[in-house]
Design a protein around this ligand. Sequence first.
Ligand code: SF4
Ligand code: SF4
Length: 193
Amino acid sequence: MLNTADFYHVWRIDQSSNALKEEIKEHCHTDIEMCLECGKCSGGCSNAHIFDITPRKIIQLIKMGEEAKLLRMDALWSCVACQLCVDRCPSSINIPRIMDYLREKSYNQSIPASRPNVELFHELMLGHIKRFGRVPEALLSVEFNLRSKQYTKDAQMGMKMFFKGKLNPIPARVKDIKKVRRMFRNMPMQREG
Ligand code: SF4
Ligand code: SF4
């Protein structure tokens, strides 16, 4: 039987977990209470071998309201959005969408990314989509190498691709760039600090 202290502890977990659970439900259209804890997501995850927290555990931590831990986990920056977890999940829990949401929240709160180059890549790629409506690979590679100070990274492969006509050095813009920019205006990233 629960004594008063145990009851208070359980009540606190329940209260603190509700906020994050509800946010996930609203923004990711996923009810994590449907999770069966079967572990198929972790078993199928292409990057579980390098995750500090596996997908099944991530869902458990959301239920427990462990937001501070979730916003600082390395898995946020090593998930490659391959969708294998959601494909295998019997309850269709959209873990890649949840990872996106948590990553964005972590970014907006200016929490340092455990993998700064991954964060830099995200920033550059989104910046290019906003400017051109698509990703100009050559420009993205050059900017990424310069900003990450890895000046010769993949240079040989880049040259080969260029001479085979696979890389266009002049960025092309989509026809209706205004539509793309409107999309960005509707979903601004507001980083604190
Ligand atoms: S596969 Fe789905 S139901 Fe199973 S543990 Fe993962 S999230 Fe939960
Ligand atoms: S989307 Fe992310 S969490 Fe899901 S299987 Fe791929 S790497 Fe793992």
